[in-house]
Design a protein around this ligand. Structure first.
Ligand code: FEO
Ligand code: CA
Ligand code: CA
Length: 641
């Protein structure tokens, strides 16, 4: 997400700033930003002082490509010996049999066309191998729309049709792809091609199914929700399904009640960013006050079964979910880590009650585990100043989570997970984005992308986990749960504070070893144990000069054993790099380029859509398009070598 939702979303005014941590004597010198010596003490040893992960998979250097410099031109650059090509850009027909309308570069495709074409703003994605041939499914999110680009005339003459088309450009795409020689293409038609949009029916799973706060006039039983939206990052489950986070849902709703504390805590407001409410009453809170409670969930999709009903998993809690990532305990229970990308919000984990079942009889493994994520316990993270941490349970009746404090039952705890976490004293984080679990040692990594409000008047103070005021660069935190992934405690440290080690301003100074970057967002381990880091610096930050030596958004490879960062890819003008997955042989990498050309100040100008970028088509009078990118080595080798 680069559209500056984050700057608007600032609704955690709860008074749980981890006071004892901020004033802990051992931390005091490190948190006193006045002295240069104290600052370098902060920047250097957070890595070394704490227990660090050992990496048993290490055998020789994992990263051997030649790093590339920063770039600011309207092109995508990969290292020597690599090639990259666009696949499945916004508007391409996904391949529904008998219904494959061509993309029209002038924006004139209808809402019905768009509902069977690739959505806008590609984000998290995963590859699901198909048996036999070198083929598979790519499942990916479409986070939001740029209405200036989506329609003829942009947002002029705003209409119900434009709302329907925008809703159809949201959600999730399932496409079939196959390899032939060195190249990949979409398989069209495909019986597995499928779109989930902002109007597809989703079942509700878990404790909030049927809950009074989930009921609306259109769904009096509280069992079916139309649509998913602002789908950001994704996770692939060991049982073969796809998890997608509903992130900045608050910006789709209009007409809040100013006196409603619940609506306020969730960042709901008078005016939405989308203007959907003008033509769709579901997004007008004054008419449908419970509708926002039906968004902000992790949704689960079974891409291999085109008839399956997608499900919102309420046991995982409601949040501005970036995404969801699954680890497995030694006794085969699923642990789902997630965070919410909003300033001063929280990191969560869910531990399933039951073990993951194998496939059995006629049931695929996905079908055998259809209720796995509906039963379990949700926890929120507290990071202490001494490098320890706790997972605090969000369980109704425990501690402050009682009816007297506004939680009638477990459903209400989950719908109001932010308020519950406030009361538990969880740590307010610098916008948690992606997580990644090191398969070799169980350390869990999380990008904290930035938080310019940290340390500002009336805002949370710096703390050990979020150590910089006006944090424009972000950091990557990591932890190891005690015992197994279900451990109630953890130890943690920082992999890196982003920014330039040579910078004078403390908020811009980082401790990167290797190539510079800022605002890490996407994060994933490949099968060889290399950690891939993707960035999402907002255009306004680049223009203000804060990130001037960082170039365009980029992707880097990190050897977590040494901390070395090496730049692998730079994107076209004002895009973000997001989503990464691999073919099973590790010789093809798929990433997504989102919103090439986005400019916060002038993005809705319909007269010159290619004013800032014309990637990837470079068509005269064209429109920049989000797209998946296929990356190969010319010698057919494994990516990263
Ligand atoms: Fe959708 Fe937090 O990025
Ligand atoms: Ca993101
Ligand atoms: Ca981001």
């Amino acid at each position: 997400m680069a559209k500056d939702f984050s700057a608007m979303e600032d609704s955690n005014t709860s008074s749980n700033p981890s006071i004892h941590e901020v004033s802990h004597p051992a931390r005091r010198t490190l948190l006193g930003w006045g002295a240069g010596a104290a600052a370098s003490a902060l920047l250097a040893p957070l890595l070394a002082a704490c227990a660090s992960p050992s990496n048993s998979a290490s055998s020789g250097p994992r990263i051997s490509f030649k790093p590339i410099p920063i770039d600011t031109t309207d092109r995508l650059v990969v290292p020597e010996g690599y090639v990259a090509s666009a696949l499945a850009a916004w508007g391409e027909p996904i391949g529904v049999p008998g219904n494959m309308p061509s993309f029209k570069m002038d924006g004139s495709n209808s809402a019905a066309d768009q509902s069977v074409q690739m959505g806008m703003h590609h984000d998290g994605l995963h590859f699901y191998a198909l048996p036999g041939a070198r083929s598979g499914l790519l499942v990916m999110n479409h986070e939001y729309t740029d209405d200036g680009l989506l329609h003829v005339g942009g947002m002029d003459n705003w209409s119900a049709d434009k709302v329907r088309k925008a809703q159809a450009a949201h959600g999730i795409s399932v496409i079939e792809v196959q390899q032939s020689g060195d190249s990949w293409s979409m398989v069209r038609p495909s019986r597995l091609a499928r779109r989930f949009t902002a109007s597809t029916p989703f079942a509700i799973g878990g404790p909030c199914r049927g809950h009074a706060m989930m009921r609306t006039a259109d769904d009096p039983r509280g069992e079916t929700i139309l649509g998913t939206l602002n789908n950001c990052a994704s996770g692939k489950t060991p049982w073969g399904t796809y998890l997608s986070g509903e992130e900045n849902f608050a910006f789709y709703f209009s007409n809040t009640d100013d006196s409603n504390a619940h609506q306020k805590r969730w960042g709901l407001r008078k005016d939405s960013w989308t203007r959907w409410a003008e033509h769709d009453a579901r997004f007008d809170i004054s008419k449908t006050p419970n509708e926002p409670n039906r968004f902000g969930w992790v949704v689960e999709v079974d891409p291999m079964d085109p008839t399956s009903t997608p499900i919102k998993r309420t046991a995982l809690g409601r949040a501005a979910h970036e995404g969801a990532w699954v680890a497995v305990t030694k006794d085969q229970r699923a642990v789902v880590y997630s965070g919410e990308d909003a300033r001063n919000e929280y990191i969560y984990k869910f531990v399933s009650r039951d073990a993951i079942k194998p496939a059995s009889g006629t049931l695929t493994q996905a079908q055998a585990n259809r209720e796995l994520l509906d039963h379990g316990t949700l926890y929120v993270a507290k990071f202490n100043a001494d490098g320890s941490g706790q997972w605090l349970p969000l369980v109704h009746g425990q501690g402050p989570l009682t009816a007297a404090n506004g939680f009638a039952d477990q459903g209400e705890v989950l719908i109001k997970a932010r308020q519950a976490s406030d009361l538990l004293g969880a740590t307010k984080m610098d916008r948690p984005e992606w997580l990644a679990i090191d398969p070799s040692n169980g350390w869990v990594y999380c990008t904290l992308t930035n938080n310019s409000s940290r340390g500002q008047p009336g805002q949370p103070a710096v703390d050990a986990a979020n150590p910089r005021a006006n944090n424009v660069m972000g950091q990557i935190i990591r932890w190891k749960d005690t015992g197994d992934f279900d451990g109630a405690t953890m130890q943690w440290n920082h992999l890196v504070l982003a920014g330039d080690p040579a910078a004078q301003r403390l908020e811009a100074k980082g401790n990167i070893k290797g190539d510079l970057f800022a605002c890490a967002d996407g994060l994933a381990f490949d099968a060889r144990g290399t950690l891939w880091v993707q960035t999402d610096m907002h255009a306004s930050q680049m223009y203000k000069g804060e990130l001037v030596n960082m170039g365009s958004n980029q992707m880097l490879a990190c050897d977590t054993a040494t901390g070395e960062m090496r730049r692998f890819l730079t994107g076209p003008v004002n895009c973000e790099i997001t989503g990464v997955t691999w073919s099973p042989d590790g010789r093809t990498m798929f990433i997504n380029i989102q919103h090439p050309g986005e400019n916060a100040s002038d993005r809705s100008d319909p007269k010159d859509p290619a004013k800032f970028s014309n990637w990837p088509d470079y068509a005269p009078g064209g429109r920049p398009r989000s797209s998946t990118v296929v990356i190969r080595k010319k010698d057919g080798g494994v990516i990263g070598t």
